[in-house]
Design a protein around this ligand. Structure first.
Ligand code: PMP
Length: 372
């Protein structure tokens, strides 16, 4: 039966981005942290709960949270914009700078929501592929940018779902070629050795810079981060960007009033008291990522190096979707990327706890047999 009120026709063209939320014992499909947040953070949050004036609207400018994030990144709070997950940050950017007649550039395979949100906001998408190793193909990048003059160029570092981070020199090169904003999605940035934040505008950030950006380039660089991954706070929905104050103001202009609730603001602000615990988690995940990569190297799969909390792999002997189903039958859920642009036959596994990774490897070994 067709719906009584037709939705806008272009929505029908959009593929949904939804990982199935099925009940499994080993959930390695959404790149969440496998670890609960620190107990000490929960204790802080419980105390704070009693202090929230729930009858009042929250601080519209999220000033305390932005001040705490500013301290973390050694930038002024005016350079920070917070929203409900980094997806909402991306949406605000596209609402502010995209729209009909404007273009966003991206390099696929990459995070599919860049294309999805661009289309939702009526922004045209132009794209180029990557090299066989899923790195940026710089001549193709330059050609795309020169031909299409996009208002936003998306990079994803480390790139989801392929895994590698971009060096600051590469980001600086893209900035030198792109006419508009260069948005570096660093949802997994804490796990990577490099960050676009190292290229940021003054005051000089903590990480060393290969070469300082010219003022024009610095004002067009946007780094996007999230609390959903290494901060173990995916349930909270909190993400932010670090950028020129003009970009922050533009995003504020597109967000709904009071979009970021008081609880989430407090949760984020208090999390920043537990940076050491976050670093410990990152170290554990990096160690586990190494274990997972080593185990995959022993199996009949192709894999790619990862600087994030997931590993992309391609089964060589059995069809990828069949492997996904066989894993699910053993209560292990991974992401089936085999129908995504540029990723035929690929699956993505999130780094879990040591026990979860062991379960996954054992289940995968069985799933890759001709007759499991
Ligand atoms: N960017 C990238 C690259 C991601 O992988 C994700 C989560 N899958 C997000 C942004 C969105 O994260 P959130 O909205 O939870 O902050």
């Amino acid at each position: 039966m067709s719906p009584r009120v037709p939705v806008r026709p272009d929505l029908q063209l959009l593929e949904g981005y939804h990982s199935p939320q099925v009940d499994v014992e080993v959930r390695l499909n959404a790149n969440e942290s496998p670890l609960a947040p620190p107990e000490a953070w929960l204790a802080d949050l419980r105390q704070e709960l009693g202090r929230i004036a729930f009858n009042r609207y929250p601080d519209r400018g999220a000033f305390a949270l932005r001040a705490a994030l500013g301290e973390l990144h050694q930038v002024e709070p005016e350079r920070i914009f917070c929203a409900n997950g980094s997806n909402e940050v991306l949406q605000c950017l596209l609402l502010a700078y995209g729209g009909p007649g404007r273009r966003a550039a991206l390099f696929e395979p990459t995070y599919s929501l860049h294309r999805h949100i661009a289309m939702l906001t009526g922004t045209d998408v132009v794209s180029a592929g990557r090299t066989a190793g899923f790195e940026l193909d710089l001549p193709a990048v330059d050609a795309l940018l020169h031909t299409h003059q996009p208002v936003i160029t998306f990079l994803c570092s480390p790139n989801n779902p392929t895994g590698l981070a971009e060096s600051p020199a590469t980001v600086a090169h893209v900035l030198s070629q792109a006419p508009g904003l260069v948005v570096v999605d660093e949802a997994y940035g804490e796990l990577a050795p490099t960050s676009a934040l190292s290229l940021g505008a003054p005051p000089v950030p903590a990480v060393s810079v290969p070469e300082a950006l010219a003022e024009d380039a610095a004002s067009r660089l946007v780094a996007v981060r999230t609390f959903s991954k290494t901060w173990s706070m995916a349930a909270c929905r909190l993400g932010y960007l670090v950028a020129d104050p003009e970009v922050v103001q533009a995003c504020e202009g597109t967000a709904l009033p009071y979009h970021l609730d008081a609880f989430t603001q407090a949760a984020g602000r208090l999390a920043l008291r537990h940076v050491d615990a976050m670093h410990e988690r990152v170290a554990l995940l990096i160690e586990q990522r190494g274990r997972l990569a080593a185990a995959l190297a022993e199996l009949p799969v192709e894999t790619w190096p990862s600087q994030a909390n997931f590993v992309l792999f391609r089964p060589l002997s059995v069809d990828a979707h069949q492997v996904w189903e066989r894993l699910l039958a053993q209560s292990v859920l991974v992401r089936d990327c085999s129908t995504w642009r540029g990723l035929p036959g690929c699956l993505r596994v999130t780094v879990g706890t040591p026990e979860e990774n062991d379960r996954f490897v054992a289940a995968l070994r069985r799933s890759l047999q001709e007759d499991p």
